[in-house]
Ligand binder design. Sequence first.
Ligand SMILES: [Zn+2]
Length: 533
Amino acid sequence: MLADYILRSRAIFDALTEKPFDGYVAIKGNRIIDVGSGSLMEQWKGPQTKVLDYGKKLIMPGICESHAHNFFGVLELNSVNVEKAKSEEEAAKMVYDYNREKSGGWIFGFGWNQHYWERKELPTRKSLDSYFPDTPVLIFDGELHSVWVNSKALELCNITAETPDPPGGKITRDQDNQPTGHLLEPAAMKLALDYAFKNGLENEKEAFREYFNQTAALGITAISDMQIFDIVKHEIYLELEKENDLKCRVHLVASAKDDISSLNELRDTCSSDKVLFSGVKEFIDGTAMAYTGLLIEPYCDVPGYRGHPLLDVDQFREKAIELDRNGFRIRLHACGDGAVRLSLDILEEARRKNGPRDSRHSIEHIENIHPDDLPRFKENEVIASVQPEHLGGESYETHPFHRILGEDRINLIWPFRSLFNHGAKLAFGSDHPVVGLNPMDGIYRAVTRLMDDKTPEGGWLPDEKMTLEESLKAYTIDSAYQMFREKDFGSLEAGKLADITVLDRNIFETDFEEILETKPAMTMMDGKIVFEA
Ligand SMILES: [Zn+2]
């Protein structure tokens, strides 16, 4: 047998050994047929074989992004981001400037965070109304846990003083009980989103095609699409797959609210190598930044208030046990330490009732954790699904968590190393579009724990840093494990699918700061080159 491709480099990181080695990867069809060193590559070389010599650029397994929201990622690519705004007024003006030419349809945007504004107050419809009296506008906050809408949007969605708060959500109101234009948490956001996305996006399929061009350009060859707001786009993925133009393997995570029969249907429909059903997701809490995170002790700046679960706990416990019994993997969003504990309680009970199995349940985000709960991940074989880029932010000094959570509690903030040392399997992802999709940003945060202004010196909780090797594994083989795909991809080994990323340098030899400038030189998925710089 001869290879179609031989990729050659002095730096091959196979995600099995600790350090890169000098060698090659031979590929035939969509499989890796050999990984080795030195002159052994000659045996695979024939007249048709393409030998690509990458010098000392790093060849590594294709990156597996374990937590992204594809539909919202697509939307973000095509709308304004107001993250840099310093005030509500500036954010509204940015929305206006970006959409000046637009006629008809909804206007979307992303990225506001009142904690970084001069006045730390929630935005209202009024600032948007002055620019957009007749066009509906909907702007997601930076954490995707609330939306800021204008009066036209409220009117179209029929959200009025009389509309009750849906369970788990809140319509922010003024003194006269009128909605102010802020809808908090998925249940309330859905009141507007269901209407806004009734007809999908303009040129939806092409927009997704462009999205997957981006994932390929970032070296991502597999992704977990964390469905939210009941928006599942598997038809588009299946169409792209049929056209032989899906550049990334998609693992669909549906809503745990769906009934078992429709989940079974989705599981049957999405069962290919490239479009695969991958379990369900539910929100246990919101986020501490939005004061919807569930904490064990009260918030530092809201006396006596701990937040509350976003669902009926008893009801959900029963549902989780049923889902587990039916073989569904469950991924639970839990930011606050109280939500992490509650999630562990629920998953533990499901395991006790149904018996242990290879369930690969996971807890998502884990902003902070009570030390007592650290060993419970390993005990219950629960994956810690974390997104190091959440550590990002302007500056350590001004980080809102000092005020919101207080110094004691932030001693276990984003506790990657503590979880790892307690035997938890870590899977890295981005949570795009909450933050950017670029895995290099997350890897940089995991190894340095520095904020944007390079503070604090030595990193935020330096003991929680991960090594480069561990970070790359968390973004490849361990994320593949989370996708139930570690036998298919995630490492460079003979017999695995040829999903491979080549970086434009060897980050094991450069300064960590250079990770931020590192880009893929080539991405291969299923034995095909899907990106070349
Ligand atoms: Zn998310």
